[in-house]
Design a protein around this ligand. Structure first.
Ligand SMILES: Cc1ncc(COP(=O)(O)O)c(C=O)c1O
Length: 388
């Protein structure tokens, strides 16, 4: 079957490929420690499961409106008003099966062939994939370890041209665990306003902060009208498999994004939306405990990695990933990740899975138990020792 040529431009998320490879090794009887996939290792809190279950019993089993149930859109809008201090209502919200479709739909709806999009690199691979897919021009904003993986504003200024249509911001960042500083966000917001640029702000990790308050670029002067916030429940409430996320956007864009929803998924499962409303309005105790636990693991993995010869691991300020440099081991990051999985049973991702500037790094998720993290650290150490 001859594929459409556009398929040549579609990238992927390596995490799912490595997960499949690791599962295959497990099926063959090998013990694998999973540090590749970005999902909390906890179960969804019971109040949320219960809300989903009772929604199923109460008939939330039918098609719903493409942008989502209005009462749930209102609940989300209220949370966004409280956490970002911006004036939005349910009319600004589109609910999707996971947050990822917001990326897909927004880039599809706004980027024409030849439009330039600045995006973080290393960054979530789907940004670059989608920009290429629609014929846009991906313009990487390098996040370098020398700058603590923050955005280099001088380079951003140089990269902006009359064709720049969008800037993608992701703070806290996957894979670096870094935060875009308040001053950088402010400067980016000024650049966006001066140059009539739209901002897609991926805030999915906003609750995973280990000190300091969350700051959204949408809160800066004039930004609500040019920002699309991408957020969701997958990470905060350990709801990855429920598939629930949302975008908060200027009202003028809602109809187009909903139309893309109608053309693809029709709507998000209604009972999932009811469960999401419970997640947002119910007790936050479990969500806070998860962040506390991740904070503890963050120190264990960073200290452990830094004690291994040739590995240099900065402390992440957010999300649940570390992105150490392995350059001093003299090994190629892809070879490192492959051998570590095949020979030592530790699944991780090579830095270049997140873009060209990720080369020489590995991404480990610390959404795994302390026991497994410690076991993995031992194996990584053995691997490095045996390779040097
Ligand atoms: C930066 C970033 N944005 C968005 C998503 C997508 O989240 P969801 O599972 O809700 O689609 C992820 C998931 O890994 C992510 O890392």
């Amino acid at each position: 079957m001859k594929l459409a040529s556009r398929m040549d431009r579609l990238g992927t998320e390596t995490a799912f490929e490595v997960l499949a490879k690791a599962k295959k090794l497990e099926a063959e009887g090998k013990e694998i420690i999973h540090l590749e996939i970005g999902e909390p290792d906890f179960d969804t809190p019971s109040n949320i499961v219960e809300a989903g279950r009772s929604a199923l019993s109460n008939g939330y089993t039918h098609y719903g409106p493409s942008p989502g149930l209005m009462e749930v859109r209102e609940t989300i809008a209220q949370e966004v008003r409280e956490t970002r201090g911006i004036d939005v209502s349910g009319e600004n919200v589109v609910i999707t099966p996971g947050a990822k479709p917001i990326m897909f739909f927004v880039i599809m709806a706004l980027i024409d062939a030849g439009d330039e999009v600045l995006y973080p690199n290393p960054g979530f691979p789907i940004y670059e994939s989608m920009i290429n897919f629609v014929g846009g021009v991906p313009v990487p904003m390098e996040l370098s370890m020398d700058l603590n993986f923050d955005i280099d504003l001088d380079k951003v200024v140089e990269s902006i041209t009359p064709k720049t249509k969008m800037i993608i911001v992701n703070s806290p960042n996957n894979p670096c665990g870094s935060i875009v500083s308040q001053s950088a966000l402010k400067k980016l917001s000024e650049l966006a306003s001066e140059n009539n640029i739209i901002v897609l702000s991926d805030e999915i990790y906003r609750r995973f902060l280990y000190g300091g308050d969350f700051q959204s670029i949408s809160s800066f002067n004039g930004m609500t009208d040019r920002t699309i916030i991408l957020d969701g429940l997958s990470k905060t409430y350990a709801m990855t498999g429920w598939r629930i996320g949302y975008g908060v956007m200027p009202i003028g864009l809602v109809e187009s994004i909903s139309k893309l929803s109608t053309n693809s998924v029709s709507c998000t499962a209604s009972f999932t939306q009811i469960a999401a409303a419970e997640a947002i309005t119910g007790s936050q105790e479990r969500a806070l405990e998860i962040v506390e636990e991740f904070d503890r693991r963050r120190h264990i993995i960073v200290n452990g990695l830094n004690s291994i010869n040739g590995i240099n691991c900065p402390m992440p300020d957010g999300a649940f990933y570390v992105f150490p440099s392995i350059k001093d081991t003299g090994m190629d990051s892809r070879v490192f990740a492959d051998k570590l999985l095949q020979d030592f049973g530790v699944a991780s991702l090579a830095g270049e899975s997140f873009g060209e500037f990720g080369k020489g790094h590995l991404r480990f998720s610390f959404a795994n138990s302390v026991e497994n993290i410690e076991k993995a650290l031992e194996k990584i150490n053995q691997f490095v020792q045996s390779s040097s």
